[in-house]
Design a protein around this ligand. Structure first.
Ligand code: PSV
Ligand code: MN
Length: 431
């Protein structure tokens, strides 16, 4: 039995107040869906079963390269981060796992950390390596790159760090390593595109060789930043080539913010799945690039279209379907716990809406080139308000019907604000 961060009686109280309205909305939606031959109970079960991982760094307050404005009661170590993640999981019932970043979350005692997480009902998701900044305990600098660095000794240091992440992850019960590198250039001519990629592949082969049999490695591409002229793993093409070169355990990870504005990300998702290389996602939203805004806050239709491809993929090849879902956001002006609850719900919403697409009809309209009706078929799923399904799923699983209102009523933020003194510093920062 997991310890509870929030008193279940308080959640039950709030749920009691919201219950009658929620049931009325659920019944009305159930009747509407029944007219479309859709069983609301099946969708509710899908919502109950759905999970998206929380990034440990997401519960801290983020910043920009201009400044970071610390929040109240920010977690100061991995245990406090897990405590915040447990609150999100308890209220949303949609975030059963936490993804760790090394060295930010390096545990002194991995077995104890694993136990603590488990006591809150949390599992450990993918391990994230970090060779985009220097480490206090490493002799060499990553200023000019890591896995693709010109100096073999730096590459070896980066390889050893990734293997270290795998080893820590094994003790924590993780099954995947996510590798995002900051390697790239700011000036034309700074490096050879070809030789950098060759060095990266050679280094990644050594990381790959250290993967346990039941692990996967996710390669994360990103169009820019911190390198602004070119990045070594710039796009899904480079990502696919690398994953293909490495082998079956290497797959591509799609962070929604890592593409140029206007790129058709849902099509990338379809392509990667079709060729067995869709590893997972970092969900977030953006207006311009890697803005790291809350999932579904700017373009929820895009999120829905991504899930439309995912549902299609799962139906077409259930045994080959195993993408890892994680949020990857930077919360600069909101309470991170609220943002993560809200984002988890938005991702879950997109999934349930995508399940509503009438795929037989859609296929007919596509085959007969009925453009308008094909598009309306998607739209009619997207404009269905599935909120009562999400609320019912939370309620049945022991979460909050209205998780953000309930969270505010707990006074959790004020409580941790007293226990965790503010971290000073006006520097910018990704996390
Ligand atoms: C890079 O921008 C990234 O999306 C990678 O996933 C990193 O691990 C994470 O953000 C760090 O904040
Ligand atoms: Mn990411």
């Amino acid at each position: 039995m997991a310890d509870k961060q929030i008193d279940p009686a308080l959640i039950a109280d709030h749920n009691q107040n919201a219950l009658a309205d929620m049931l009325a909305d659920y019944d009305a939606l159930g009747a509407k869906l029944a007219r479309q031959n859709v069983d609301i109970e099946q969708l509710t079960q899908k919502a109950v079963d759905f999970g998206v991982a929380i990034p440990s760094w997401g519960v801290g307050t983020g910043g920009t390269r201009f400044a970071r404005f610390p929040g109240l009661g920010e977690p100061r170590n991995i245990y406090e981060k897990l405590a915040d993640c447990a609150v999100i999981a308890q209220l949303s019932q949609a975030t059963p796992t936490v993804s760790l970043h090394i060295p930010w979350d390096r545990p002194d005692d991995p077995a104890e950390l694993r136990e603590t997480a488990a006591s809150w009902g949390l599992g450990i998701d993918a391990m994230n390596s970090n060779t985009f900044q220097d480490h206090d305990d490493m002799p060499l600098s990553f200023k000019y790159g890591s896995l693709s660095h010109t100096d073999e000794a730096v590459r070896e240091q980066a390889i050893a760090h990734n293997i270290d992440c795998i080893e820590i992850g094994q003790k924590l019960g993780s099954k995947a390593l996510t590798v995002w590198i900051g390697d790239g250039t700011n000036f034309p001519g700074q490096q050879s595109f070809t030789r950098s990629f060759e060095r990266y592949l050679e280094a990644m082969k050594k990381v790959y060789a250290a993967l346990p049999d039941d692990w996967r490695v996710f390669i994360e591409h990103k169009i820019y930043e911190p390198a602004f002229y070119s990045t070594v793993i710039q796009d899904w093409g480079s990502n696919y080539l690398a994953a293909k070169e490495l082998g079956d355990k290497a797959q591509c990870l799609v962070d929604l913010g890592h593409h140029a504005p206007g790129v058709n990300i849902e099509m990338i998702v379809a392509r990667l799945f079709q060729f067995g290389k869709l590893g997972g996602f970092h969900f977030n939203d953006s207006k311009y690039g890697d803005d790291d805004l809350d999932a579904g806050s700017i373009n929820p239709y895009q999120l829905f279209l991504v899930f439309n491809e995912l549902v299609d993929a799962e139906l077409s090849n259930p045994s080959g379907f195993n993408p890892a879902y994680m949020l990857d956001q930077s919360h600069n002006v909101t309470d991170p716990i609220e943002s993560l609850i809200s984002s988890a719900v938005e991702v879950q919403r997109a999934y349930i809406q995508a399940l509503l697409v009438d795929r037989a009809k859609l296929a007919d309209y596509q085959d007969t080139n009925d453009v308008m009706m094909a598009n309306r078929t998607l739209k009619s799923a997207y404009i269905t308000d599935v909120s009562p399904i999400l609320a019912m799923a939370r309620h049945r699983a022991g979460g909050a019907i209205d998780p953000i209102t309930t969270y505010r009523a707990t006074g959790y933020r004020e409580t941790v604000g007293k226990q965790r003194p503010a971290r000073k510093g006006s520097g910018g920062g990704i996390v």
